[in-house]
Design a protein around this ligand. Structure first.
Ligand SMILES: C[S@@+](CC[C@H](N)C(=O)[O-])C[C@H]1O[C@@H](n2cnc3c(N)ncnc32)[C@H](O)[C@@H]1O
Length: 324
């Protein structure tokens, strides 16, 4: 992978006046990033070099995350600021970037002023591991696999629904909700290549036992749902009036949960579909019941009454769910 200095600005796909960088440094960073990505060193030892995300990839990342005017975006290791600046200029978001390198911060502030978005974005010279991410609705990353893995516990503890987009590197066994590979001719300072984009929505922690009642034909019917969770994947079992039924179509996206099952009510099968929003140990939403003798929609809420058993193999993040 070699940089081609004479056409560097063109190949970066951004306005040449927007970005100042040193070709030799950039080429060195490219080789270093490729080498470090293959090294199983702990993140604390890894120096993530400066390699900019090609502009076309920046825009695709922001589209996949559906960034809009209501968003507050944080780019961890923000380089010349292009992701935050594009989010503000093209998609109307606000946001901030953090980078260890003071030169990158200076470039970012200059670039934000030139792009006319200095009032919407801020750049801090700061270690990303010391950065409060609580206000972000979208977080972008172009770091290294080990750094992503070291950040992962913090990312999983963010508000459910927070969107994460990573250029080129995944999060180990936390599978992405969306993975896109795209050509990026201007990548690596014009050397060309392709880019992977990984997208996740931080899931609510829902493992455990949930209980509720519905009033059917004037009588209460007791429901119990036991959920296992591995990141955004959920499975489990359900009982209605003390009788087990098969849980179907259980889905979780951020704090939005949905599932269904068919259970006998007064001697005839009734399809149940639940959708709700999780807030701590309470979920609230609606229940739709449909059968030969019953067709109705209920307001529905359930409460978590028991925590999950100890994490089993492949449970991944279930152990932190247990502390919820
Ligand atoms: C691969 S570049 C990505 C730049 C930008 N996000 C982009 O996609 O164009 C990684 C950046 O992270 C910065 N960086 C590395 N380790 C960091 C840390 N611990 N805290 C803050 N910034 C860091 C580097 O200085 C570099 O500018």
């Amino acid at each position: 992978m070699t940089a081609t200095p004479h056409n560097l600005s063109f190949n970066l796909g951004v306005c040449p006046t927007q970005v100042r960088q040193t070709p030799r440094r950039l080429a060195g960073g490219v080789a270093l990033l490729a080498g470090l990505a293959a090294t199983p060193a702990p993140a604390a030892d890894a120096r993530v070099p400066y390699v900019p995300t090609p502009q076309g990839v920046v825009e695709r990342m922001l589209e996949i995350a559906r960034v809009g005017p209501g968003d507050f975006l944080a780019d961890l290791g923000s380089g010349d600021g292009r992701i935050v600046i594009t989010a503000a200029k093209k998609y109307g978001a606000r946001g901030f970037g953090v980078d260890l390198d003071p030169e990158r911060i200076k470039d970012s502030n200059d670039n934000a002023r030139r792009a006319g978005v200095a009032d919407k974005v801020t750049f801090y010279q700061r270690n990303l591991f010391d950065t409060d991410l609580g206000a972000a609705t979208v977080i972008t990353l172009y770091l290294l696999p080990r750094v992503n893995l070291d950040l992962r516990p913090r990312l999983l503890d963010l508000r459910p629904g927070t969107r994460l987009v990573s250029h080129d590197f995944d999060m180990g066994d936390w599978r992405a909700d969306t993975h896109v590979n795209m050509p990026a001719e201007d990548k690596y300072a014009g050397a060309g290549g392709s880019s992977d984009i990984y997208f996740w929505v931080v899931p609510a922690k829902v493992a455990g036992v949930w209980q509720w009642e519905l009033q059917l034909s004037g009588k209460p019917l007791a429901y119990e749902l036991k959920l296992d969770q591995s990141y955004q994947r959920i499975s489990g079992s359900v009982s209605v009036g003390g009788r087990p039924v098969k849980l179907q179509e259980a889905r979780l996206r951020g704090g939005e949960i949905s599932f269904g099952f068919t259970a006998d009510v007064n001697g005839s099968p009734v399809k149940h579909q639940f959708t709700g929003k999780v807030a701590g140990d309470v979920v609230a939403g609606s229940a739709r019941l449909s059968g030969a003798r019953l067709e109705r929609q209920h307001e529905w809420s359930a409460r978590r009454t028991g925590q999950p058993a100890a994490a089993g193999p492949g449970a991944g993040w279930s152990s932190s769910a247990a502390a919820h």
